[in-house]
Design a binder for this molecule. Structure first.
Ligand code: C2E
Ligand code: CA
Ligand code: CA
Length: 924
């Protein structure tokens, strides 16, 4: 370590010492350069918070470039600070002859030439309050940007490629908008809570007007001669200072005290582990990989001292309980959660089942490495001690090759040649730092360090690079290069996205930005300003959304739609005189008012019930209202109003909803659920609801339904967490998990020799999961691995999948059928236009939705006719029918009368646990 530090210090010193001033090589060049040195040049330093920022031990980048051009290049330059907004006009008018830091920009193309890139930059969209988990979250959003069109163009191109759209608005001071979406290359400046990386700039350069373009070759020469490294070092140390500052100010006094007194933090890695997370280097015996790299960067960025005791003092993980050491890195499992606490996940490892093609089908044994997470994982799925534990990797592989063990469960699939072995993806497992239960202080410090200092995503790639390097034994030869790699890792080692930048020439029209031309109400731009500037106001916020407005435009024409919008806007203006009303989008109006909720609702209700235009054309709207107290920002209050408005659309009983404490609690709960499940879905498990044959009254199978409960929040229903998993794109993890547990269940029943004639467990596959390319591979792999024939399995899909590409849909359905899996169409109701597709699709079962039965209560005779006709239609198509939500004997009798095949519902049984269900089927 010390040795490495020496190299670094030497390197930095060397860079500064390599020469005081720049001198060209040849005489001719010297002459030319001398001439240029006499020119009086004015260069703009961009007035950007990042380039201006300095710390006691770190000078700003603007200062560094001044030193470069003035002291090192010895040019006669005057510097002038210019805002991004004024750059263009200052260049056009010839006040400045160049810019010190700018990306290559097309809009300067005919005025300026650019040097080679000094450093590259990554582009992020971030926010303090608006959740951003994927690009989709940016769709149709306003994104505040600086006046650098290059970045805006990259944003546009990325969104375009994903069929998304956003509205960028350039502003002078981005900091003012950090609770909205902002586009920036320096997220650390804003301490965002949410953010995603969207791309990569082509590089920051020095730009000069054509008149001085002969200087550029000299500048390039000086940069590659060594000065670029000085820039990079300065940039790196600046970033570290910012991170450190952000991190340190986030600490509580107790945490600060801990860092001061408790030094160093003792880390022990899993002994002899060989995963990317931590592995023992074959070259120097040190632990390398993601976790050690994280600690290295924590030490470098934040000065958190740590010491690796794996090879000296480490005995067992239980010593963590005695505080013999402070942390180790392990997967969070439910078993371990009883005794330990965990940091946020630092990585996610895939596990794989490995077997030989020709292995006899009876060989159900599974080999795992001792004390590895694979062992824990295997135990979860093991019923009768099929696990064989190996002490080392080689003997484990030999045992597989010799047929002594049928399968291996491993994390490192690269060790297996896919020509020789079957490699089936199994479950992914989160990896975390683990601490003593009492050590929440350290856990919180580490979590804050992740939040404020480092981007955990970079480490896997970095560590893979290192490991490859080590494996190829170029490690030793290139030790220096490698050190630089580590030094600038977090900032500079990332996959370079290939970005094709489409030119986005439209200039935003200032005037249109202020008032909505149709209704004359202030628009979103003013609204955002209002939210920023009037945060101290208290009163009510409300959000109104007109329903089906698109239909009105489509059926009656835009002119007509415009009249209605104008009329509506006038009503708002006249009845909310002392309020602030905004038109946010086509049919969405926001308001802030000093009036009470009752007054606001009353006025709108009256208008809704008596306005002739609305009545005549059957136009309705929804309203969400919320208190704006001193404790919350306007933006938050509007957010709650908006959520309340959306809720009324779902509930449909009232046209308005007040975001009261209960509602706000519910919304906050949703975001807590998200943050729990985003980390780790291992707490999700299935319950099984039996299905009965109506004729024989026997169980013919069950539907597996996902359940979740967490220590923090208690039990959480699927109606809560499934929509969240769908919205944030991890529903496939839930579906695959339940699929696996269902298959395991069948295996267990088979092993217990329960007779399973015509018996099936079904599970739900959401549309988003169905769309995935790995659907068939995963299900095939699971069936093969657990040696369960597909005929015991049924997949429930909903009509929403019909919007998928027909060819893909049918290919997948056929592939499922080839596995012997049955397919059932869930939540089938009358009135669905897609019913026409039914005859075309290879399906087996149609599940009638509970609402169809419920409608019998409302209008008996009509409901019965509908049910009867649907039944005969589906029967004619040769599908089996499952009737869902059967609650009474009367309903059952009716179904029996119609000849419906199967029933599922509380009349028979609620969803029950695996054990309870096993008892049920055994007694059959
Ligand atoms: P679903 O697929 O329509 O599941 C049937 C729901 O009806 C279950 O609710 C079940 O408990 C409930 N149910 C069954 N019989 C009766 C009855 O007689 N009366 C009443 N009132 N309800 C009955 P649950 O378990 O709350 O699940 C709700 C929904 O969550 C499911 O509706 C399904 O859409 C979704 N879901 C559950 N597990 C999964 C899963 O693993 N993956 C996916 N993608 N979705 C799932
Ligand atoms: Ca279902
Ligand atoms: Ca259903």
């Amino acid at each position: 370590m010390i040795y490495r530090l020496f190299i670094l210090v030497f390197f930095v010193v060397f860079n500064f010492a390599f020469s005081e001033v720049y001198t060209p090589e040849t005489l001719k060049e010297k002459e030319e350069f001398n001439k240029l040195q006499k020119e009086k040049i004015t260069i703009a330093l961009v007035d950007d918070p990042f380039y201006n920022l300095s710390y006691p031990k770190t000078s700003s980048l603007n200062t560094t470039v001044e030193k470069f051009l003035k002291n090192y290049m010895q040019l006669d330059i005057t510097f002038k600070k210019v805002t991004y907004k004024d750059l263009q006009s200052e260049i056009n008018s010839g006040v400045i002859d160049g810019i010190a830091f700018t990306p290559k920009s097309k809009s300067f193309d005919n005025k300026l030439d650019f040097s080679e890139s000094i450093f590259s930059e990554e582009l992020y969209v971030i926010s303090k309050t608006e959740p951003i988990y994927s690009l989709n979250d940016l769709n149709n959003k306003i994104i505040y940007t600086s006046y650098i069109d290059v970045y805006t163009n990259i944003l546009k191109a990325i969104l375009d490629n994903n069929d998304l759209h956003a509205c960028p608005i350039p502003v002078e001071n981005l900091k003012k908008y950090d609770d909205k979406y902002i586009l920036t290359t320096n997220p650390v400046l804003y301490k965002p809570k949410y953010g995603i990386k969207i791309g990569h700039s082509s590089g920051i350069t020095i730009a000069l007007s054509h008149k001085y373009k002969d200087l550029l070759p000299f500048i390039n020469n000086a940069l590659s001669g060594g000065y670029r490294k000085i820039f990079l070092n300065e940039l790196d140390s600046l970033n570290r200072s910012i991170s450190y500052n952000n991190f340190y100010t986030s600490l509580t006094s107790e945490e600060k005290e801990y860092l001061k007194t408790h030094k160093p933090i003792k880390v022990a890695y899993e002994k002899d582990s060989d995963s990317l997370v931590s592995y023992k280097s074959k070259i120097d015996g040190e632990y390398k990989g993601i976790a050690p790299n994280i600690f290295k960067i924590l030490k470098r960025n934040l000065g958190i001292d740590f010491i690796d005791i794996t090879n000296t003092d480490y005995k067992t993980i239980n010593d963590l309980k005695n505080n013999d050491f402070d942390t180790t890195v392990l997967s969070k499992t439910q078993k371990r959660s009883k005794d330990f606490i965990f940091s946020k996940k630092i990585y996610e490892i895939g596990t794989y089942i490995i077997n030989l093609d020709n292995s006899p089908a009876s060989s159900r044994t599974i080999g795992v490495l001792k004390d590895n997470v694979e062992e824990h994982l295997a135990q979860r799925y093991d019923v009768d001690n099929n696990i064989i534990v190996f002490n080392d990797f080689n003997s484990m592989v030999n045992a597989l090759n010799d047929g002594e063990v049928g399968n291996l469960l491993v994390t490192n699939k690269e060790d297996f040649d896919s020509n020789k072995y079957n490699i089936v993806p199994f479950e992914t497992i989160p990896v975390n730092f683990m601490f003593n239960k009492n050590n929440t202080v350290l856990r919180d410090i580490i979590n804050k360090a992740f939040e404020y200092s480092i981007d955990l995503k970079g480490f896997a790639e970095l560590s893979q690079l290192e490991r490859d390097a080590e494996n190829k034994a170029i490690y030793l030869k290139n030790k220096e290069t490698r050190d630089i790699l580590v030094l600038s890792s977090v900032l500079f080692i990332f996959i370079i996205l290939a970005i094709s930048v489409n030119l986005y020439k439209e200039r935003l029209n200032k005037k249109n930005l202020l008032k909505d031309s149709l209704t004359n109400l202030p628009n979103r731009f003013i609204f955002d300003k209002f939210c920023n500037e009037e945060n101290s106001l208290t009163g009510s916020t409300f959000v109104i959304d007109l329903n089906n407005f698109k239909n009105i435009n489509d059926s009656l024409g835009h002119e007509f739609g415009d009249v209605i919008l104008k009329e509506f806007a006038n009503f708002l203006k006249n009845s909310f005189i002392d309020s602030h009303i905004f038109r946010i989008s086509g049919d969405e109006f926001y308001g802030f008012s000093f009036e009470s909720h009752e007054e606001i609702i009353g006025k709108l209700k009256k208008y809704k019930d008596f306005c002739p235009t609305l009545l005549k054309y059957n136009i309705t709207f929804n309203l969400g209202v919320s208190h704006k107290t001193a404790n919350i920002s306007l933006a938050t209050s509007f957010k709650y109003s908006d959520l309340a408005m959306l809720e009324t659309k779902k509930e449909k009983s009232k046209f308005y909803k007040i975001a009261d404490d209960k509602f706000i609690e519910k919304m906050d709960r949703e975001s807590s659920i998200l943050s729990l499940l985003k980390e780790d879905i291992s707490g999700i498990y299935p319950m099984f609801q039996p299905k009965y044959c109506i004729k024989t009254n026997r169980i013919i199978g069950a539907e597996a339904l996902a359940r979740y409960s967490s220590l923090e929040l208690g039990p959480i229903g699927p109606f809560e967490f499934i929509p969240i998993a769908e919205k944030y794109n991890f529903i496939h993890k839930v579906d695959y998990k339940i699929a696996k547990e269902s298959i395991v269940f069948i295996r267990d029943l088979l092993e217990n020799e329960v007779s399973l004639d015509n018996f099936r467990i079904s599970f739900n596959i959401s549309m988003k999961t169905f769309k995935r390319d790995d659907l068939i591979t995963v299900l095939t792999g699971l069936l093969n691995y657990f040696k369960v024939p597909g005929k015991y399995i049924e997949v429930e899909i909903t009509e929403s999948i019909f919007i998928l590409d027909m060819k893909d849909l049918i290919t997948k359905l056929k592939a499922l059928k080839n596995l012997g899996i049955q397919i059932s169409l869930d939540d089938f109701t009358a009135g669905h236009s897609t019913a026409g597709l039914l005859p075309l699709l290879p399906m087996d079962v149609v599940k009638f939705d509970k609402s169809l039965l419920d409608s019998l209560e409302v209008n008996k005779s009509k409901g019965k006719i509908v049910y009867k006709n649907l039944t005969s239609l589906i029967k004619d198509l040769n599908f089996k029918i499952v009737s869902e939500g059967v609650e009474t004997k009367e309903q059952l009798e009716f179904l029996k009368f119609l000849g419906v095949d199967y029933a599922q519902g509380y009349y028979f049984s609620k969803p029950i646990s695996k054990d309870e269900f096993t008892t049920e089927v055994k007694t059959l």
